[in-house]
Design a protein around this ligand. Sequence first.
Ligand SMILES: Cc1ncc(COP(=O)(O)O)c(C=O)c1O
Length: 435
Amino acid sequence: MSRVESFLSKTGSNIQSKVDLTKGTLAWSIRAIKKAKEDPTFINATIGSAKNDDGSLMVLPTLNKIMADKLSGDKLFGYANVRGIISFIDAWKEETISSYPLELQEKARKMSSTPVPVSGGLTGGLFIVGAAFFDKETPLISPRARWGNIDNVYYKHLGVPEITFTMFDDAGSVSWEGVKESLDLAVDKYEKIGLMLNFPNNPMGYAPNQKEINELIKIIKNLSTPTILLLDDAYEGYVYEEEGLNHSLFPHVLGVNENVLSIKVDGPSKKYFAYGSRLGVITLEKIKADKEFDAREFLAKAARSVSSSAPRGIQEGLGFILSNEELKKQIRQEKQEAITILKERFLTFKNELKKYQSDKITPVNSNAGFFGFFILHGLNAPEMGDKLMKKGLGTVPFYNERTGLNGIRVAFCSVSKERIPEMVKTIYETAASMK
Ligand SMILES: Cc1ncc(COP(=O)(O)O)c(C=O)c1O
């Protein structure tokens, strides 16, 4: 045992031995940024931040302007109310609900708690939900293809038991068989369980269609074990094909089963292209039988006891914009323009895919989000990631020996439409050259 290990807590030991920042998205992104500095023709498709065609970060002008010009020092630097800045939480709730289908809006208004902003982006929200609702005996069932920080927060830091289901078969199509099997397995063994869903999905870029949602709801309706249904809505609304769910699953699952508590985690990171604003937002399903439970107060206590109050500036900025009709219209318009650019890139990506055939890689049938994903057959994802990097394309390999995940993620959100054909060509040519 090293000297420092005698000082570490069990959690500290888990963090030290299990969390590895040298292999995930950030590590591949750092390599790509370095390469791009040496080679101006390098394509960096590693990171989930939307970029303009010239490589600069996409920013919403109205948000930028209000943050820079309209917020006084106290609004930027003062402590925020730990229960959230009122203008922000009211506007956030309404803006989110207004994205739901009309027939679900009233239910959502009645059955959603007041949203509570927390520090540390969506990750902060996911951690607080983990600490407040999961024990070492509460497994989290999550899709095999998932954002790597779910592993860091839940399975490695918090030590929650891991159950993984496969959502996409090897042909790249959705199936709920895997989630059904995992739920059956978990309910036999545990007294309380958790299920994490993330749509549009990172890394697969998928949002389910109505038929798939109906099937999923049927599964959720049948649960007789207390279940935390955790919705990671980081990419809410980035949907490019008609059939994909273009809003959160939250209003669809509210009230469908008394044994299920749905929790929505979202935030401005991707929703308002404000990645560094470090604000997460948690909304709980209101429990009918539990009128005494003050969800807002509970969440505020959970957040306060981890990292005090959440950043104030971004709450003030978004609160100011979303509670002013003119500015709200403006920012919606700017977001729509950004989504149009992302959609053009997505459609170019999908079109290019049609030109190639390979028995070594299968693109997932994506329709949403910031990413495309290739399932590999007989190739090793990190090896392919290395080769692509050398050929001038930065991607993120997703590889997990235990779960069998083996694929390459490309962030089309940060590649100009003009360079997407080259990106797809490089992927197919590289796969063809590998044994
Ligand atoms: C699915 C998913 N959830 C959450 C996050 C993280 O959000 P934040 O940066 O606000 O912690 C990401 C970021 O890439 C993500 O892909």
